[in-house]
Design a protein around this ligand. Structure first.
Ligand SMILES: [Cu+2]
Length: 351
């Protein structure tokens, strides 16, 4: 790992933090239907669109560090608030999660969880009460040559997208999908892992009966977990993916890229999903998710629509600016700035 002592160099790098190529999820695709993610431009709109994605204070595409694993920030990213809408998916169907970009240097596992929101739905649920169960995980794929080939590398190779299947036996209802990449490029240092959780509200349809037990978001990880404190700059034979064990019905799917055939609008409220087939409202009646239909069969070859929703972060992240007169806030800001500097350095030199 390079060490830098030049103050001016650090200053330059700190400035790079706002333009560094980190990521967030720009949309999800279910049976060809594209549901928009949360875009930071929504923060400046009087009437932002209702989306299935949770809002979070990660305009800098930053991360949650291990020292925040017991804070609510780890649940759905910093200061996250409930998505106002939800996407509809039939149990057994797949969701393609599209990141706008992901830096190659940020090697690590890709993990997906669900948490049931109960009868009140996910639009108002208290996030600290959610209990997440794991439905998908890909960690180290090949560790023969450091820093190894990881789930994150598979994601990049798959056009920065990740395919996850909602287990067919999951009971219908409202769920939060918590999708996460954990970047390990600095994880050999204390508090060095970087978690990038992203949340979406789902209405799962179908006739499943399973209601797996889960773990509160603030209890998913600890800073000392073997898969959190981990050095990737050495040959590796295995990697212990952190978090609870996969549920028994979890399905491992081959990564593929979903074609986009329509743009869907997030639904609101607690009404039953529109079509008995679980097909989203915007697709035609013929678009049953069965693979036998000719029209809607997912053909994982077409390139995704160009991301018109790509976030442009021009302003430097000001969230770290301390309020006047608060010692504690100033200390937190200093720490955040130090983290941002380290982050910028990581990207500049490891990318
Ligand atoms: Cu980073």
């Amino acid at each position: 790992m390079p060490t830098f002592t030049s103050k001016s160099l650090l200053t330059v790098l700190a400035g790079a933090a706002s333009v560094a190529a980190h990521g967030h999820v720009s949309n999800i695709v279910i049976n060809g239907d594209l549901y928009q993610g949360y875009d930071s431009s929504f923060n400046y709109m009087a009437n932002p669109p209702v989306v299935a994605a949770w809002k979070a204070n990660n305009q800098d595409n930053g991360f949650v560090a291990p020292d925040a694993f017991s804070s609510p920030d780890i649940i759905c990213h910093k200061d996250a608030t409930n998505a106002k809408g939800h996407a509809v998916v039939k149990a057994g169907d797949k969701i393609s999660i599209q990141w706008e970009t992901w830096p190659e240097s940020h090697h690590g596992p890709v993990i997906d969880y669900l948490a049931n929101c109960g009868t009140a739905g996910c639009e108002t649920v208290d996030k600290t009460a959610l209990e997440f169960f794991k439905i998908d995980e890909v960690g180290l794929i090949d560790g023969s040559a450091a820093p190894g080939k990881w789930g994150s590398d598979q994601l990049i190779a798959n056009n920065n997208s990740w395919l996850v299947e909602i287990p067919a036996n999951i009971a219908p209802g409202f769920y939060v999908l918590r999708h996460e990449i954990i970047a390990l490029h600095s994880a050999g240092q204390p508090n060095g892992a970087q978690n990038y959780p992203q949340c979406f509200n789902l209405q799962v349809t179908g006739s499943g009966t399973e209601k797996p037990a889960g773990v509160k978001g603030t209890a998913l990880y600890t800073p000392n977990d073997k898969g959190i404190s981990f050095n990737i700059y050495q040959p590796m034979t295995s990697y212990p993916i952190p978090g609870p064990a996969l549920i028994k019905d979890a399905v491992s799917v081959a990564q593929a890229h979903s074609a986009v055939t329509a743009t869907a609008t997030a639904l609101t409220g607690l009404a039953a999903a529109p079509a008995a087939t679980g097909a989203p409202a915007t697709t035609s009646a013929a678009a049953a998710p069965a693979v036998t239909t000719t029209k809607a069969a997912a053909v994982p070859t077409t390139t995704l629509v160009p991301s018109a929703t790509k976030a442009v972060t021009t302003a430097a992240p000001q969230a770290t600016k301390p309020a006047k007169g608060s010692c504690q806030k100033r200390r937190a800001a200093r720490r955040a700035a130090a983290l941002a500097r380290r982050h910028a350095r990581d990207v500049a030199f490891l990318d």
